[in-house]
Design a protein around this ligand. Structure first.
Ligand SMILES: NC(=O)c1ccc[n+]([C@@H]2O[C@H](COP(=O)([O-])OP(=O)(O)OC[C@H]3O[C@@H](n4cnc5c(N)ncnc54)[C@H](OP(=O)(O)O)[C@@H]3O)[C@@H](O)[C@H]2O)c1
Length: 321
């Protein structure tokens, strides 16, 4: 199969287009023939070696954790998926080596779900990692419920695009931060209030809308943004970060519930996301399609931090055109 690989950690120009043997599915795994691979910030973070202490890795290393494609083979014991079925998955594994910037990937069948029938492969490929991150942060950690209010930082980003929609779907009031050029986009996803974080202090803008504070803050930025976010939380409110663990000291001082979520593969939750999309409750983020061979360019764009929606790589294959 053909794939993009790195042979060592470093800059985007280390990505090489190569031929590698196709992996075979172990018991409990499926082999996915990829149509599209979603691009996530973690892809360039891995390429630059930022996660090397967190995950064992091996070169040549194929980046990419998001996949949409067709089941090409099932390992022993896989019963709920069939060859030829259109699926998507968050394909993180214990060893970082066989990613989704490739024609094929093997993945634990428990992480795989049928793709939403009303999405293209390109749209589906950007959902698993971002969708599961938003789902696990809002529902598993923050226990967001109808009638609550939530401030979602970086609403125009991949995770933010899903978080806004999940929060609105369950009946929460959503305020989000995004630069002005993305305000129509985030409002189209359901945000009731969009704050231009480049134009001034988001704290003052949130307090103007919600003088008593919000019930939940979803932090996709970290640093100063995370620290300032405590000022807009109601007493006893919840801050969930996907970037860095919140200060334990502040949590105790103000009686906040706060924590860091690192997304886990979860086929059952992905199935639920499929259901929400097919029911029309949630739609795919805006996508910009690029070619697998442009993976370096895509990762540079992602690294700049201002992709509105998601980048997705089309996996080449002459057989399919
Ligand atoms: N812990 C986990 O499991 C997990 C999972 C997924 C992602 N993450 C991390 O979460 C972060 C977000 O991920 P993502 O995939 O959503 O990223 P992304 O799609 O690359 O986010 C880009 C968006 O961030 C917005 N943005 C940049 N700076 C901002 C600021 N100061 N305030 C508000 N918005 C700002 C940009 O908006 P404008 O263009 O309008 O400026 C752009 O729309 C990344 O650091 C990623 O590594 C963690």
């Amino acid at each position: 199969m053909r794939a993009m690989v790195i042979e060592e950690f470093g800059s985007a120009d280390r990505l090489r287009f190569v031929e590698l043997p196709c992996p075979t599915p172990a018991p409990g795994e499926v082999l996915i023939e990829l149509r599209y691979a979603g691009v996530n910030p973690v892809d360039w973070q891995i390429r630059e070696g930022h996660l090397k202490e967190l995950f064992p890795h091996q070169f040549p290393l194929i980046p990419g954790w998001d996949a949409a494609g067709v089941v090409a083979a099932c390992g022993a014991g896989v019963r709920h998926l069939k060859v030829g079925e259109a699926v998507y998955a968050y394909c993180r594994k214990s060893l970082v080596k066989w990613g989704t910037y490739a024609e094929y990937v093997t993945v634990d069948a428990a992480a795989v779900a049928p793709m939403p029938a009303n999405l293209s492969f390109a749209q589906a490929a950007v959902i698993p990692l971002a969708g599961l991150t938003a789902y696990q942060s809002l529902f598993d950690f923050a226990r967001l419920t109808a009638g609550q209010s939530i401030l979602i930082h970086a609403g125009a980003g991949g995770v933010g695009s899903m978080a806004i929609q999940f929060a609105r779907h369950i009946g929460a009031t959503v305020i989000t931060t995004a630069s002005a050029r993305n305000h129509d986009y985030v409002r189209g996803l359901g945000a009731q209030q969009a704050i231009d974080y480049t134009a001034g202090d988001f704290v003052a803008a949130v307090k103007q809308q919600m003088p008593g504070g919000v019930d939940v803050v979803f932090d996709a930025i970290g640093g100063v943004t995370q620290r300032q976010s405590y000022e807009v939380l109601k007493p006893g409110g919840t801050l969930v970060s996907i970037v860095e663990p919140p200060s334990q000291q502040v949590m105790l001082q103000y009686n906040f519930h706060a924590g860091y979520v690192f997304v886990s593969p979860n086929g059952r939750q992905l199935h639920e996301i499929t259901r929400l999309i097919e029911a029309g409750a949630v739609k795919a983020p805006r996508i910009k399609e690029m070619h697998l061979k442009d993976a370096a360019k895509a990762q540079e764009l992602s690294r700049d931090g201002h992709v509105g929606g998601k980048l997705v790589l089309r996996i080449l294959d002459e057989k399919r055109g």
